[in-house]
Design a protein around this ligand. Structure first.
Ligand code: HEM
Length: 212
């Protein structure tokens, strides 16, 4: 009589036991290691800006407020570092004042033409780029990917800057006017004068690259 072999059954059983113990081992092995979130660079000025934009509560410790992740009030569902938010608010107010400044209009023909036609794409890009530059300068985080200051302020290397008639910022008075508009915007947001002074130092550090 034909006797049914037990071999296939034994093989299947062996595979199942092997797989089971492999899975139970694996469960232990894949326990993810504790991953520390990356430490973002900051400075006392960046922390102060972050503290300020959250209401400037005197009982709140300032340290750590710059890199604190908070809800972005202008982009629902997104988070933003408090220090970056403060900088973006100042930049936004500044660009609005600069856009209406007749002394500086000659440098911004492309942007003013776009905005005049209801196209705010370039404005939004400049807002991001200027915010990145200032965030990097203030916090030390390497977030700026735009042009060098010399290239961004030369019509030969950046056609959005000026025109054939206005190729560079050749005038220190215009530089002062531009920074003055940023100061006005910051004052309008009630940024403390000591903070405005520190931002001014950073902005003036670019003057030699921008005034050509
Ligand atoms: C105070 C220091 C300044 C800083 C930190 C600064 C920063 C910047 C940055 C980051 C950009 C964008 C570059 C890119 O995305 O690659 C930019 C563009 C520009 N900047 Fe400045 N800038 C300063 C002063 C000035 C001054 C004094 C003027 C003119 C009087 C000026 C006129 C422009 C113009 C016309 C553009 C191109 C705008 C556009 O996108 O249409 N900037 N600047």
């Amino acid at each position: 009589m034909f006797k049914k072999s037990k071999t296939p059954f034994v093989i299947v059983l062996t595979i199942l036991i092997g797989f089971g113990s492999f899975m139970s081992c694996k469960k232990d092995e894949v326990t993810p290691p504790e991953v520390e979130p990356p430490v973002l660079m900051s400075t006392p000025l960046y922390d102060t800006l972050g503290w300020f934009i959250q209401g400037g509560d005197p009982s709140m410790a300032i340290e750590g407020q710059g890199t604190k992740s908070i809800s972005d009030p202008d982009n629902s569902g997104q988070m933003i570092q408090a220090g970056r938010l403060a900088i973006r608010k100042v930049v936004e107010g500044s660009l609005q004042i600069i856009a209406g400044d007749t002394v500086l209009a000659k440098y911004f023909p492309t942007l003013l033409n776009e905005v005049g036609n209801g196209n705010t794409t370039g404005f939004a890009q400049l807002l991001e780029s200027f915010t990145d530059f200032t965030q990097q300068a203030v916090s030390g985080q390497m977030v700026y990917q735009g042009k060098s200051m010399a290239d961004a302020h030369n019509n030969m290397t950046y056609s959005r800057f000026g025109s054939a008639n206005q190729q560079f910022v050749t005038d220190n008075a215009d530089f002062d006017k531009f920074v003055g508009d940023i100061v006005l915007a910051a004052q309008g947001l009630n940024v403390p004068n000591s903070v405005i002074g520190q931002l001014g130092v950073i902005l003036y550090s670019t003057e030699n690259d921008i005034v050509q």
